[in-house]
Design a protein around this ligand. Sequence first.
Ligand code: PAF
Length: 285
Amino acid sequence: MKLVQDLSEMTALAASWRGQGLKIALVPTMGWFHAGHLALMRQVRQSADRVVVSLFVNPIQFGPGEDLAAYPRDLQRDMDLAAGEDIDVLYAPSAPDMYPAGFQTTIRVAELGLGLCGASRPGHFDGVCTVVMKLFHQTQPHLAVFGEKDFQQLAVIRRMVRDLDLSIDIVAHPIVRETNGLAMSSRNSYLQEDEKERALCLYRAIIFAQEKVKNAIQPLSAAELCAELEEHIHQIPGFVVDYVEIVDADSLKRCETVTVNSRLILAVKVNERVRLIDNARLYEL
Ligand code: PAF
C-alpha cells in the first residue's frame, strides 16, 4: 500500500492506470477506520485491479457548530488498519490542495439532499457531492463504494452520477453492525459506554418495525408506525429524535403505507453532542 498525499501524484497515477486499461475502484472515507470501512475495501477488491481509499475530513460538509474540529483523526492508525487490507493507495490529500484559495464551486442535488439529514444539516450534501466529484476526477474510478448506513448520501450520489453522465458504477455496501446490532460509525467513538448501550434503541426500533410489518395482515400506516417508534426513543434519557421516517427507497419521499420498497430511516441526537443515524428495509427480501 502506498500513501499518496499529493493531488498531482494521485491524478498522474490514476491516468497511468487508466492508460494501462486497469480497472480502478474508489472507497471514499473520512478516516478513523472501523470494520465497516474495511468491509468496503474488501468488497471492491474483488472487482478492481487497483483500489484507492481516500481519506479526507471534508470541511465543507460540516455545518457551523458541528463536529469538524473534534472529528477523530489519526493517519498512522488508519494506515496500519488499511495496510491489513489489499489496497493499492491510501490517498490523503491536504485541505489546501482540495480547496485552494478562491474555491467557489458547489455541486448540488436539489431535491434528494433537502429532507431528512439535509433538513437538519443544511448544505451537508452539497459539501458531500462537491468533494466526491473532486475525488472522482482525481482518482478516475470505474466504480466507487458507499455504505448503506448513510442511505440518503448513497441516493444523492447515485442521482449526481446519473444526472452528470458519469461512467462510474456506484456500489452499495450493507450496514456493518457490532454484534449487538449498533451500526458501526466513526462517531460511535464519541459515545460513553452507557450511551452506547442506550444507542441500541435505533436498532431495536428497526427490529420492532420489521416484526410489526412481518406480522401485519394489511399494509401498515407509515405515520402511525413512525409515531410509535418515536415514542419508544423519546423514553430513552438524553436521546432526542431528529427524524423517524418511512420513505420510498429510491425517491426518499414519505410513504403513506409500508410497502416492499419502503425504508425506515432514523436520526437521533445523544445528549446534544452526538448525532447517530441508522436505516433498514422493512420487508424481508
Ligand atoms: O461518508 C463519508 O465518509 C463522507 O461523507 C464521504 C463520502 C467520504 C465524503 O466526504
